[in-house]
Write a protein that binds this ligand. Structure first.
Ligand code: ADP
Ligand code: MG
Ligand code: MG
Length: 250
């Protein structure tokens, strides 16, 4: 369903993604691992449509349609979701209000009417039931004063609520504590369906002990340098990225 074809991306005069190729099937959980600076976050931003990146060649096809020509809002309306690596805090806006505005923006984009209050509440409850979310978190201002684990919980809650078709989770290189890892992993596992795909980007193998990916890709120097099954993550845990980093320098 998602196909990245010959994608090259630059920032300024620096090429970051180099003729990058990737396919993620319906219902697949694909992991991308790789050393710091290999272009993992750039890939997720380009798929989601963040500005500032210059696509010099290639395409990103979602169900055969090149989404690179669409605005970030249009991509969200098609079901592309990016969990923020660094969540924004929005003082004075409750999570409930924020979710409602986000969903209604997507619905407007799709030409659908706004959700009624009862339908909105139903949808919130449905998402909360899938995950272990305390309702009081939803009444607080978005991410304000949230712990790392609570922020992750909100990210995953947004995912459950918005029901995207293609979800990208870009984890920080600084690493999550074990509780936050479990939140992310349990959330992804609870939200896996046969037509929802995930791209889980992580520097560490640990997360993949809890989310069992269908495929693992190693990224170095702006390209996929190796692909395999979950066993590849274990191999990386033992050997690290040095083979790939050295290969890139050579
Ligand atoms: P990763 O997520 O794998 O750590 P990134 O995609 O964040 O990698 O970065 C890839 C490379 O692009 C790095 O060398 C980084 O310094 C560079 N880069 C990323 N964003 C910018 C930017 N806004 N301006 C200049 N260089 C950038
Ligand atoms: Mg990085
Ligand atoms: Mg990154």
């Amino acid at each position: 369903m998602l196909e990245v074809k010959n994608l090259s991306v630059s920032i300024g005069d620096r090429e970051i993604l180099k003729d990058f190729n990737l396919q993620v099937a319906d219902g697949e959980v694909a992991a991308i691992m790789g050393p710091n600076g290999s272009g993992k976050s750039t890939l997720s931003y380009v798929i989601a449509g963040k500005p500032d990146y210059e696509v010099t060649s290639g395409e990103v096809l979602l169900d055969g349609e090149n989404i690179l020509e669409l605005s970030p809002d249009e991509r969200a309306a098609k079901g592309v979701f990016l969990a923020f690596q660094y969540p924004v805090e929005i003082p004075g806006v409750t999570t409930m209000t924020f979710l409602k505005a986000t969903l209604n923006a997507i619905r407007r984009q799709r030409g659908e009417p706004e959700l009624s209050i009862p339908d909105f509440v139903k949808r919130v409850n449905k998402a909360a039931a899938k995950l272990d979310i305390k309702p009081d978190l939803l009444k607080r201002a978005v991410n304000v004063g949230f712990s790392g684990g609570e922020k992750k919980r909100m990210d995953i809650f947004q995912l459950a609520f918005l029901e995207p078709r293609f979800a990208i989770l870009d984890e920080t290189d600084s690493g999550l504590d074990i509780d936050a890892l479990r939140v992310v992993a349990d959330g992804v596992n609870a939200l896996r369906t046969k037509d929802r795909s995930f791209l889980v980007i992580t520097h560490y193998q640990r997360l993949l002990e809890y989310i069992v990916p269908d495929k693992v890709h190693v990224m170095a120097g702006g390209r996929i340098v190796r692909s395999g099954g979950r066993e590849l993550a274990h191999e990386l845990e033992k050997r690290g990225y040095k083979d790939y980093v050295e290969a890139e320098v050579a």
